[in-house]
Structure formats: C-alpha cells, structure tokens
Design a binder for this molecule. Structure first.
Ligand SMILES: [Zn+2]
Length: 658
C-alpha cells in the first residue's frame, strides 16, 4: 500500500479550512477513497484543536466524523465540533446508556446544526494525540479475524500496537480503551488494534497519523502475503449464464421475506466464482469481517436457494438472542442480503440498487479477508451474540435511517421500450423519480442515458425477440426481476390514403406497433407473474383508436389491435395479479415525430398558428410527454390497484373521443 499524501494538496485544504480541519478533511478523504481501508461509511477520524467562541474565549475542540458519514466524500460540514474536555471526561464514567451518550454528545457540540457525532467520539477524545484515524483495513482484519490473532499481531507489529480485545462499539469500547491505552502504550506505540474490528493510528499531525496507518496496514499486507499458502482455492473459473426465471423466483422469495420489493443483483466475477466453487462453502460463508457490516449483510449469507429455511433460522436466532436484552426489541426483516450458490454465484439484495451495491462491495471484501485468513489458520467470525447486539443496536440502525424512507417504487423494476426519447423516456423518468430501476430498450444508442447505478439502457430492436430476451436477461441479472412493462416503442408510418397504402408499409407499422408488443408481453409474462408488487403493464395506444384519422390507416389499425391485445391480456392475466391498462395520448408535440416543419404544415392545414394547433383540444392545454409519464406512473401506483383493462385518454379532451 502506497502513501498518497501530497503535501501541497493538504496545504491547499489547510489554507481553505484552517490547518487542523483542512488536514482532517484531506486525510479522511484519502482513507475513504481506498476501499481496502474503509467501505461505505466505515471508519472515523478526528482532530483536536481549539477555536475562539463568540465570547472571545479559546475553547479546546474535537472535530470528529458525524455518525454514518462517508469518509470518501466528506467535507468540513461532515464533522461534529465537540467540547474536548467534556467529551473526554465522559469516557471516565462507569456506565452510560446509548440514550445518555447521544444526549451528552449533542449537548457537548459547539454547533447546534452539526451532525450527531460518531459513536466512537468518546474514544477519539480519550486518545492523547491531536490526530486520530480509524479504519477497517482488509489486511489487518485478515490477521485479527483468526483463532491465534494475538500471536499474528505480535509477530507482525511486536510492541508497536496496543491490543484491545473485542468490545461492543460505542461507550463500552471507549471506556475500555480509555482504561487500557494509557496503561499499555509506550513511546514505541504507533497504533491500537481493536481485535476483530479495526485499527487506530494517531500522532502529533495528520500526516504522521496517516503515514502510520499506511505503514501498519502495509506490514499486515506483507505478513499475509508471505504466508499465503496459494493453491487452496480452486482454479478461477467464470460462471455461465443462468435461467433468468430462477433469479426472478429467488428475488420473489427474498422480497416476500423482506415484506417489500427488493433489488437483487447477480455477481459472477472470478472472485465470486472461486469462492462459491469451494466444497466447504457452507462453512466458509460466514459473518462480517468487522461488526458494522452486519447491518448491511446480516450475520450469515444464505448458502443455496432455500429462503424459507434461512427465514426460519433467522426467526429462531432472534427469539433466542432477544431474550438476553432488557429492552423489548422489534425483529428486523429476516430476508437474506447475500446469497451464495455454486451455480448462481453471489446475489446481493437491497431495497434500492445502491443498497444492493453496498452489500456486494462489503461481501467482496469479506471473501478476500476470509481467503487471506485461511493461510493464518482460518477465519474466525465474531460470536453470534456480539453481532446480534450490533445488528440490533439502535445507533447502527440509525445509520441506515439516514438514507430516509425508500421512495414509493423502491425495489421495483420497470422495462420500458422506446426509452431513448419522447414518451418512452418520459415514462421511464417518471418511474425512476419514484425509485424504480429502469431497463430501457430502444434501437437508438441514446438509450444509454439509462446506464447507471439504478438503470441500464440496451440497444435492441423491439421486433427482434432474441435481442429483447437478451435485454430482459441482462436486466434480471442487474436487478432481479421485472415488475412493470411500458410498451412505448412505436412508429406513425407515412401518411397515406388506403388506395395508395402498400402491403409493406402496412406490415412494417403492424410489426412494430403490434407484433413486437405481443412478443414483449409473451417474453415478460413469467417475470411479471413473479413480481412481489403485482405485475403491471401499460401500453401506449393513441387517440386514433377511438378517433382514427384519414391517411393513418396503418397506424390507427395497429394501435386498435394493440388495444385489443391489452384488453385480452387484462382478461388472461388478472388471475396472476397482473394489471394491464392502455393510455391514448394525442397531440404530444415534444416528441421526435413532430419536427418544426411537420408542426407548421399541420397547423397550416387547419388554418391555425402553430401555438393554436398545439392547444387544439377542449381544455386548451399543451400536452407534453411528461403528462403521459405522469398518467403511466399513476396507473402503476397502488392508487390504481383495482384498475385493469382500462383505456385512459391523455388528449386534453376531444369531442370525438368523449
Ligand atoms: Zn470501527
């Protein structure tokens, strides 16, 4: 591990924020940006300095990371300024409840708007150094998550670290460190190892504390590398494709256990493939490498596919563990967050795509540490009761609550055709804004606009069933299922009187507007059946269904056929809990179909200005693709849970339709 300290960069932040706070922000980001040191809100940092308060008094202050903040991106506002002496003295108390600790720390703040201080704030205050850094470095965890960790740590570090036995984080850990550290530290001390938890380093300056962190972690890396047995892992292989329906059914079971739709992402990389190929997978698939991962991963992965057995075991463990607590605990959802299976690889579950991605990061590091610990005698997880106490610790759960309540469509997945632009893009945007993950399909490369943590854009011709099936499979690997299908891809075709309308033009329009939708419905039906929220389909019809236009025979007939297809689907699929509705937009001019020239020509034909033509409906409204997106979103929402087979005009009122 290389030091990334850059003195001019640190000095620049120091000039901007003051030397102490600037150095703290700089060092925190360096640590946070290295996933082998900390992951997703893990670790914490502090600096001791002084400020001049409003009365002109100089007050010693501890800037410590706010609880749940992310070191990778933290700024000065992410730190809580605490009265140093008051905070340090709290560590001398014999006991304190969590409620008392949170209250005392808030009362010790020098800024009422600051975030709640880290649960390790008192520990930071008790260490007698200006700069203090704490990580959960993989290499250190590989040494300490072993049966014989004390001898490994002594062999690696000699007497340059103080060893603290595992103690529940928060006040008990702070009190233990406040008692042990002064008794055991010498002038040779560079760090403090929290066994089965992580590493502290400190020093007179941030640079010294940071360089010590890098040095101690590098030494752990070298220690592990020198003892790597090699050859204990099966040769790396890659996992092949799997039946997407197997994944969707597993996601349905996980969602049922969680009592909410879940995103389930498949990982089949070489690291996963090597890990799940082990004959002893069931024994090796074990608990978190550091305690705070448990709120994301739960204590154990599900090995295999029996979600019911996992849920039963979770209930049993809760019943057994909750009895130890004086407080009455509410059981968290019993759904697994990590699934390991020899064929499927690793599946990671979360309410949002970001949650599932965090689980995946944590467990990738878990697998690496478990493997590394093998050459040091084998990985030893924390005891189940210690992990239960952290999983059910309200101050840990509060970190998850910082993300806020999930949006209404969190955990759900919408497949939208024609998603690159116009009505399709607006429908996808409306659903995404409510938390749905998007699988966008379009022939246009601009569908890549949906590529990101919560979406994927696939270039595919809706008429090519093979390409659509591959896109569905791709979406299932990323998100686990399909809950909503919005069929928006369509063409108007050339305006032609029937006397001139040739068979090819007719068939071309039908193939996109009708045939491709039949194929889409057939392909997605098994997945919609598995939807934990009930499958929903919205077809984009047209005003031309109830009120066709001269010169638009192919278009009007194709949308009429589409509408009948949707009505029959509503009849056939109601028993599967799938709702199928159709919208009939008209005069949506902010789509690619309506160029300025086309619009001017049409307006002229009706003897109107373009502005008048745009509002040519009973309500006098200019209708946009966003209006269509809003109605489609509503049809997919629980407000319409009792509505299927409906046709909703989105036309501003049309006397031929009404
Ligand atoms: Zn920690």
């Amino acid at each position: 591990m290389e030091s990334r300290w850059n003195a001019p960069a640190a000095a620049a932040l120091g000039a901007e924020l003051g030397e102490a706070l600037g150095g703290l922000v700089y060092a925190s980001r360096l640590l946070g940006q290295d996933p082998s040191l900390v992951l997703h809100g893990g670790g914490n940092t502090s600096v001791k300095t002084s400020i001049v308060d409003i009365t002109g008094d100089e007050v010693p202050v501890l800037y410590v990371k706010g609880s749940g903040g992310d070191l990778a991106t933290i700024g000065p506002e992410g730190f809580s300024p605490l009265r140093l002496e008051r905070t340090r003295r709290l560590g001398e108390l014999a006991a304190m409840t969590d409620t008392e600790m949170v209250n005392e720390l808030r009362c010790a703040l020098l800024d009422a708007s600051a975030p709640n201080p880290s649960v390790e704030a008192i520990l930071h205050a008790s260490l007698p150094f200006p700069a203090v850094l704490h990580t959960h470095a993989d290499a250190l965890l590989a040494l300490t998550d072993t049966a014989d960790d004390e001898s490994h740590l002594r062999a690696c570090y000699s007497d340059r670290v103080v060893l603290i036995p595992y103690v529940m984080p928060g006040f008990p850990l702070a009190r233990e460190c406040a008692r042990r550290f002064p008794a055991e530290a010498t002038e040779r001390t560079e760090g403090m190892v929290l066994r089965q938890h992580g590493l502290f380093t400190f020093g007179p300056t941030m640079e010294v504390a940071y360089e010590r962190m890098i040095r101690l972690v590098s030494e752990a890396e070298a220690y592990v590398a020198a003892r790597a047995t090699g050859g204990t892992r099966p040769a790396a292989r890659t996992l092949g494709p799997v039946d997407p329906l197997v994944l969707a059914e597993l996601r349905a079971a996980i969602s049922a256990a969680a009592s909410a739709p879940m995103i389930v992402t498949r990982h089949a990389d070489a690291a996963v493939a090597g890990f799940v190929a082990r004959a002893d997978l069931a024994e090796r698939a074990c608990g978190p490498i550091t305690p705070d991962h448990v709120i994301r991963t739960k204590r154990l992965p599900l090995v295999g596919r029996d979600v019911g057995a996992y849920v039963d075991a979770y209930h049993g463990e809760f019943a057994a563990q909750a009895g130890r607590s004086a407080a009455s605990l509410t059981e968290l959802d019993p759904a697994p967050r990590v699934v390991l299976d020899a064929e499927l690889g690793m599946l990671c579950a979360g309410r949002r795509p970001a949650d599932a991605a965090i689980v995946a990061d944590l467990y990738h590091h878990t697998m690496a540490v478990v493997d590394a610990a093998e050459s040091l005698g084998g990985f030893v997880p924390l005891p189940a009761d210690e992990l239960f106490d952290v999983e059910y610790w309200e101050l840990e759960q509060a970190k998850l609550a910082r993300a806020g309540a999930p949006p209404p469509l969190a955990g759900q997945v919408a497949l939208v055709t024609g998603a690159a632009s116009g009505i399709g893009a607006s429908c996808a945007a409306a659903l995404a804004a409510q938390g749905a993950a998007i699988v966008g399909l379009d022939v246009a490369p601009a569908v890549s606009r949906w590529d990101g943590p919560a979406g994927v854009g696939v270039v595919a011709d809706a008429r090519d069933a093979g390409a659509v099936a591959r896109a569905i499979g791709f979406g299932i690997e990323r998100f686990g299922g399909i809950d909503m299908v919005i069929a928006s891809a369509g063409v108007f075709g050339p305006t032609m009187a029937i006397a001139e309308l040739d068979d090819d033009t007719w068939r071309q329009v039908q193939s996109i507007n009708t045939d491709a939708v039949l194929s889409l419905l057939r392909l997605t039906h098994p997945f919609l059946q598995c939807s934990p929220a009930g499958g929903r389909v919205v077809l984009i019809g047209s005003k031309n269904v109830p009120a066709p236009g001269a010169g638009a025979a192919a278009y009007s007939a194709s949308k009429a056929a589409l509408t009948q297809l949707g009505r029959v689907a509503a009849l056939e699929w109601a028993a599967d809990g799938i709702r199928v509705n159709t919208v009939h937009p008209d005069g949506v001019f902010d789509t690619a179909l309506w160029t300025d020239d086309v619009l001017a020509a049409r307006a002229a034909r009706y003897g109107m200005t373009v502005a008048e033509y745009r509002r040519r409906n009973l309500l006098g409204l200019e209708i946009t693709s966003a209006d269509v997106g809003s109605v489609v979103l509503a049809l997919c929402s629980p407000a319409f849970r009792a509505v299927t087979g409906a046709q909703v005009p989105i036309d501003g009122g049309n006397d031929r339709v009404i």
